[in-house]
Design a protein around this ligand. Structure first.
Ligand code: PEP
Length: 251
């Protein structure tokens, strides 16, 4: 049985003081909820204060990106050991905004996924088709390529620290959510492909999350789908009450 996981991607929002305020409020609202793994991903400069603010709770901290090298002359970059050092347990990799605005491709994302797993950081590999891909019936081809290339060279023993986040690009920040049926169709496809990449019993432990305009009023129907194991939440994770309602979808 997989533990559901809800990840809040704060993107480029929340200063240190805002991070402490948001997490303090969130803690009060979700304390004692053990049945769902809760992760928040603040910007780099707020990670350490987020870790301190989350102490004594089960909330875990994620970074939104990282470099694949451990150290060196890479101005402006942050390494896996640095993320571990500030208390991160997860790192989101290959988000569509990284692919679109920072030209990250599958080869680079694969290096980052490998580096995360080698450093005992759990990797959340984001994959998803654009509106054009969907309109031209390329969804499954795009998803399979991003999945296979992103996971190239990852072995069964590392897969336990992997989460795959399906995020249709056309649903991110648009208010347009994939219907539970549309999301489930792609999640089932990803689950099937994972079984061809990893040993079957290993593949079946990998959580596949949905992301794209997740809100308190659609989370329950999404989570009711057989292959949806969690959610990656952007905009709605910036309000403690709204995010707490999403986390409490079982209540
Ligand atoms: C995201 O950024 O990963 C995301 C899913 O954003 P939103 O929930 O705002 O669509």
């Amino acid at each position: 049985m997989k533990t559901p996981i809800i990840i809040g991607n704060w993107k480029m929002n929340e200063t240190v003081s805002e991070t402490i305020r948001l997490l303090t409020e969130l803690k009060g609202l979700i304390s004692g909820k053990q049945e769902v793994e809760v992760v928040v991903a603040p910007p780099f400069c707020s990670l350490y204060s987020a870790e301190i603010a989350a102490q004594g709770t089960t909330i875990k901290i994620a970074a939104q990106n990282m470099h694949f090298e451990e150290s060196g002359a890479y101005t402006g970059e942050v390494s896996p050991p640095m993320l571990i050092d500030v208390g991160c347990k997860y790192v989101i990799l290959g988000h569509s905004e990284r692919r679109q605005y920072f030209k990250e491709d599958d080869v680079l994302i694969n290096k980052k996924v490998k580096a995360a797993l080698e450093n005992q950081l759990s990797a959340v590999l984001c994959i998803g088709e654009t509106k054009e891909d969907r309109q031209t019936e390329k969804t499954f081809e795009v998803i399979e390529t991003q999945l296979r290339e992103g996971l190239r060279g990852i072995n069964d023993s590392d897969a336990e620290n992997l989460v795959v986040a399906y995020e249709p690009v056309w649903a991110i920040g648009t208010g347009e959510t994939a219907t539970p049926d549309i999301a489930e169709e792609v999640h089932a496809f990803i689950a099937e492909k994972l079984e061809t990449i990893f040993r079957k019993d290993v593949a079946q432990t990998i959580r596949i999350t949905y992301g794209g305009s997740v809100k308190p009023d659609n989370i329950k129907d999404l989570m009711a789908q057989a292959h949806i194991d969690g959610a990656l939440v952007g905009g709605a994770s910036l309000n403690a009450e709204t995010f707490a309602k999403i986390v409490s979808y079982k209540d």
